[in-house]
Design a protein. Sequence first.
Length: 172
Amino acid sequence: MADTSTPLSKVDSAIDHGDAVGKKISHRRASSSAAGVKTMTELEQEGAEIKISPETQHLNWKINTSPSTVEDKELLKKPLCLPLVRKVDLHFPLGLEVTARNLKGVTIKDALDAIHKQFKKKQDDELDAPYLAGFEWDKEECYSRFVVHQKKTGDATKSSSKKSKKGDKEAE
């Protein structure tokens, strides 16, 4: 029988090698996510207040159309909320929940993409309230998700201005 009291040198070198591999993995993770971007769990532990971008209320976006149909493309690049988060669950009042993800911080476009993926095959008449009205964060109910609000019609000012133009033409 071999003497088991002497440690094996291969095991020792494997442990040293394992430490080096562990360092590489942690380095890779750090580079894949942007600095200052946190998870909802981390924010909840810190007790941080989350502010949702108010621009989401003025998008006039129909949830079964592509996010590229939003008139102001610059709004899509803005963060969905501050502080930046890697992922957020978007909860619809009827129970549907979708998740928007981005390692560099969830943007408005990421949220619209997640919503659109669920509704792109729905026809207009299948949707009770087809327009996005905005998001709400209720930390009392659930810290880690935003409630999605919808409305029945798009931006009223644009449709009324078109009607007034038609009326002006008919009057001439």
